[in-house]
Design a protein around this ligand. Structure first.
Ligand SMILES: [Zn+2]
Length: 479
C-alpha cells in the first residue's frame, strides 16, 4: 500500500510544515496545519495531505501557465530542426537550472528538418470568366513542393485510401481529394482522429499509386471553420512522391459541393516546402535524484517540438510545462523522493519521434525505468490516467485513484501512454498517459489556433498537480 511507509516519515511531516508555513492562503492555515499534524499520527491521511499540499501550492502559483506563456510567447511554434526548436532546447535547459533541478542536461539526437516555405495557395479554377474560389490550405509535414507554377488538375473525391487505390486509370493526372470526416458520434475525439488520420498519413502515396498528381486532405478536426490543420505524412519508398496539403473543413465542404455541381472542375495548388538534411537537436532532461533508489527512475514528460502552425500551446507546450511544474511542486514542498523523478522534454515527437527513441536507446544499463508519465493530449481538465502495465501494477496504480480525486482525476483507465514513452515499453516501464477532457483538443490541434489563449491556466495546473502526485506515489512505493 502506498500510505504505510509514510507513517514514520519525518521528512513528509517536515515537508508539509514547510509548505503550510509558506503557502499564500493564510485563511487556510489553521485547517491545513491541523491536517499536517495528522500525517504524523495517522498514516491513512498522509498521502491525501500530499495531494492537498500540491494542489494548494500549484493553484496558488499556477506557474505552468506562466512558463507556457513564455514558451509560446517568446519562441512560438518549434518544428524539429528549426531555429525555434533550438531556442526551445535552450529555454528548457535554462528553466530547469533556474528551478534548481538536478543533473540538468541535453541528450543529443538527430532530427528531420522539413521547412514549410512561403507558398501555400489553392483555389477552384473559376468557370468561364468567373472568379477563382480560394481554398484555405496548408502543406502537410514532409510533403514535397509542387512544380513552381503549381499543379492544376481535375479532382476526384474519395473517402478512404482503399477507394483511392481502386480508382485505377481514372485517377491518372488528377488531384485526389480525401474527404472522410472524423466521426462526430464517437465520444473520444482521439478515436475519431485515429479512424480518419490514415488519409493524412497515406493519402499522397495512395493517390500516386494510381497516377494521381497530388493529394488534398480534409483537415483532422471536428470543427467546421476555415483553419487548415497540418500534421505528418509519409511517402512509401516504392511509389513516386506527389505533393499533399490539408484543406480547412470549410474548404473541403465547399470543394465537395462544387464537385457535385461540376465533376470536371479543376483545382490549382502550389507549395514550396522542402526537406533539408537532418540536424542535431536534443532532449532536455532534469531530475530530483532518488534518496534511496537513485537508479530507479520515474519519468514525466511531454514533447518540446511542435508544428509550425500556431504556437504549440496544447500540443505539446502543455505537456512540457506540466512536467516541469510537477517536478517544481515536488521540490517546492521539500519532498525528497525515494526514487528518481525525472523530467524529459522529448524532441521530435511530431515528425520522427527521434527523441523518444533516442532516450530509450541511450538508457544506461544500471538504470531501471520504473514508470513513465506522458502528457500529450492537451492542457485540459484532467480526467484520468491511461495505464499500460501488467495487471498487478495496474491494480496498484488504480488503488491510488481516490487520492487523486481533488485534482479531478477519479479513476484509472487500462491502456494508455504516449508516443515518446512508448519506446520504454521494452525496458519494463509502466506507461502512463495523462488523459484530460478531449472534446476541444482537435479544434486547435496542429493549427493556427493552438495558442495560449485557448489554454486555461487552472486546467493546465490541475494536470501538473495530478502528474506530480502520481509520480511521487510511484517514487515512494515503486511498482
Ligand atoms: Zn503532441
Amino acid at each position: 500500500m502506498l500510505r504505510k511507509n509514510w507513517y514514520t516519515s519525518n521528512r513528509i511531516a517536515f515537508a508539509l510544515v514547510f509548505f503550510f508555513y509558506t503557502n499564500s492562503f493564510p485563511q487556510t492555515h489553521r485547517t491545513a496545519t491541523a491536517t499536517a499534524q495528522v500525517t504524523v499520527t495517522d498514516p491513512m491521511s498522509s498521502s491525501s495531505d500530499i495531494v492537498s499540499a500540491l494542489l494548494k501550492h500549484g493553484l496558488s502559483e499556477q506557474q505552468a501557465y506562466q512558463n507556457l506563456a513564455e514558451l509560446t510567447g517568446t519562441i512560438g511554434g518549434r518544428l524539429s530542426g528549426s531555429p525555434q526548436a533550438a531556442k526551445a532546447v535552450k529555454w528548457g535547459e535554462a528553466l530547469m537550472k533556474k528551478l534548481g533541478f538536478q543533473n540538468v542536461r541535453l541528450q543529443h539526437v538527430m532530427v528531420p528538418h522539413w521547412v514549410r516555405g512561403k507558398v501555400e495557395k489553392a483555389w477552384i479554377v473559376g468557370r468561364k470568366g468567373r472568379k477563382n474560389i480560394p481554398l484555405a490550405m496548408c502543406a502537410l509535414g514532409g510533403s514535397i513542393a509542387t512544380p513552381k507554377k503549381g499543379i492544376t488538375a481535375e479532382v476526384i473525391e474519395v473517402h478512404s485510401l482503399a477507394e483511392a487505390k481502386a480508382l485505377g486509370s481514372e485517377a491518372k493526372g488528377k488531384i485526389i481529394f480525401f474527404n472522410r470526416p472524423m466521426d462526430p458520434t464517437l465520444i473520444s475525439t482521439f478515436a475519431a482522429y485515429g479512424r480518419a488520420v490514415d488519409q493524412r498519413g497515406g493519402g499522397a502515396s495512395a493517390a500516386a499509386s494510381v497516377g494521381g498528381v497530388g493529394a488534398l486532405i480534409r483537415s483532422m478536426t471536428l470543427v467546421v471553420d476555415d483553419v487548415p490543420h497540418t500534421g505528418v505524412m509519409y511517402y512509401q519508398d516504392s511509389i513516386p512522391k506527389v505533393p499533399t496539403a490539408a484543406l480547412s473543413t470549410v474548404a473541403a465542404n465547399r470543394l465537395s459541393e462544387e464537385l457535385k455541381r461540376n465533376p470536371h472542375l479543376r483545382v490549382h495548388f502550389a507549395l514550396d516546402c522542402k526537406t533539408l538534411p537532418d540536424v542535431q537537436s536534443a532532449n532536455v532532461i532534469g531530475e530530483l535524484a532518488g534518496t534511496e533508489f537513485p537508479n530507479e527512475v520515474v519519468v514525466m514528460g511531454g514533447h518540446l517540438d511542435s508544428w509550425d502552425k500556431g504556437k504549440g500551446a496544447h500540443d505539446d507546450g502543455a505537456g512540457v510545462t506540466q512536467s516541469i511544474e510537477a517536478l517544481r511542486l515536488i521540490k517546492e514542498l521539500g519532498l525528497k523522493p525515494k526514487r528518481t523523478i525525472r523530467v524529459v522534454l522529448f524532441m521530435n515527437e511530431e515528425n520522427g519521434s527521434r527523441g523518444g527513441e533516442g532516450y530509450a536507446a541511450q538508457l544506461p544499463s544500471k538504470e531501471k525505468a520504473v514508470a513513465a508519465i506522458e502528457s500529450d493530449a492537451g492542457g485540459f481538465d484532467p480526467r484520468t490516467f491511461g495505464v499500460s502495465a501488467d495487471s498487478s501494477v495496474f491494480q496498484k496504480i488504480a488503488s491510488w485513484a481516490s487520492l487523486l480525486e481533488p485534482t479531478d482525476i477519479c479513476s484509472m483507465r487500462r491502456g494508455g501512454g504516449g508516443e515518446d514513452i512508448s519506446y520504454l515499453k521494452d525496458k519494463g516501464a509502466a506507461l502512463i498517459g495523462l488523459v484530460p477532457s478531449n472534446q476541444r483538443y482537435f479544434d486547435f490541434h496542429h493549427s493556427d489556433k493552438d495558442v495560449l489563449a485557448n489554454v486555461n491556466s487552472r486546467e493546465l495546473e490541475l494536470g501538473a498537480i495530478a502528474m506530480a502526485s502520481l509520480a511521487y506515489f510511484i517514487s515512494e512505493e515503486g511498482l
